[in-house]
Ligand binder design. Sequence first.
Ligand SMILES: Cc1ncc(COP(=O)(O)O)c(C=O)c1O
Ligand SMILES: N[C@@H](CCCC[NH3+])C(=O)O
Length: 416
Amino acid sequence: MDYFAYKQGQLFAEDVAVSDIAAEHGTPVYIYSRATLERHWHAFNDAIGDHPHLICYAVKANSNIGVLSVLAKLGSGFDIVSAGELARVIEAGGSANKVVFSGVGKKHDEIRYALQQGIMCFNVESEPELHRINEVAGELGVKAPISLRINPDVDAKTHPYISTGLKANKFGIARENALATYELAASLPNLNVVGMDCHIGSQLTEIGPFVDALERLLVLIDELAERNIIIEHLDVGGGLGVTYNDEEPPHPRAYAAAMAEKMVGRESLKLILEPGRAIAANAGILVTEVEFIKQGEEKSFAIVDAAMNDLLRPALYSAWQNIIPVQEHSDAEPNTYDVVGPVCETGDFIGKDRTLAIKPTDLLAVRSAGAYGFVMASNYNSRCRPAEIMADGETAIVVREREIQKDLWKGEHKLP
Ligand SMILES: Cc1ncc(COP(=O)(O)O)c(C=O)c1O
Ligand SMILES: N[C@@H](CCCC[NH3+])C(=O)O
């Protein structure tokens, strides 16, 4: 079931007409669906069944406090990559002891803050990071729970910018060095080795690479047990893809079940998943208004009020996201358009060569915009970032107000 569907020719977000939200809150505007977020989270959580596990939603995909609060209420854990993300989780009502902290460049004060909040574990990406966490934990007189992010060297078969599990990537510790690095970790006085972690990339559309990575890590876990280093949890990262166009990724239930199946007979090894995109992407849309139709020499342009600063994925990765009308039928003639924004960059487009029947003032919805959408928005060209709205049944809740011009220069100072 799609919670963004047409009813009597009008696009709805759950039971709220998208055009009503646009009329009240303006455009461009991000709209999320609470029921979709919940359904996606449950798809992962329920498929694992009885095996001890925790779904740690990857906050980077969509860190809005409203979104985090919905997932926190379900009992979700969280995967974070900065102190800022941890602060958001706590503000949203999430539990620090269900947080794993990933990322290659954790600063001293981020480590200190995370230890003070009592996070579940650091996913450590290098030897120098181990020493740094050991040092900060020592200063605080605590033991830091750590997991090593192992680079399993499997090909995730995804866009090179979002593939992370290859030897050539900056992430993780090479498999060949894993045993030695674990022995070092076990020898450091202020560290407590609790887990093993990996994350091989994003927008994966096949189960094979996930299973390969998991199997490689299980071999390592057994080798460590022979050395008396006992791993309590295995974190297989995130990365499950979604359908933007014609991709056919495995359903979260199939993926989670495949992971759980490999854990049979290892009941003392807790399974952690870090899905981001698969929970949030199709739980959100970006709604934009057509400003002008412009007939170029070679192309027709639909100039809309959303731009690359609001939704960067098309410009950054040539990502394709579906663009649909908010009013299903139009009396305008269908035409093929490049849907572009007002930012002064040739690369500022939301979609290319789309067939649409539109005229100025019509509303369009960019689908699959709930993940890596608002979080990657900027103020480029001094554009105020959009509002974010959560549809929840018949209500539409403002979960982030639209920025106003004064926000644009917050913290800046004129010279006397
Ligand atoms: C360590 C880590 N975990 C989880 C994720 C979430 O990935 P995705 O949104 O593809 O599920 C990412 C981003 O790729 C990541 O770097
Ligand atoms: N931002 C990327 C995904 C990056 C994944 C984060 N490790 C996207 O929009 O597809």
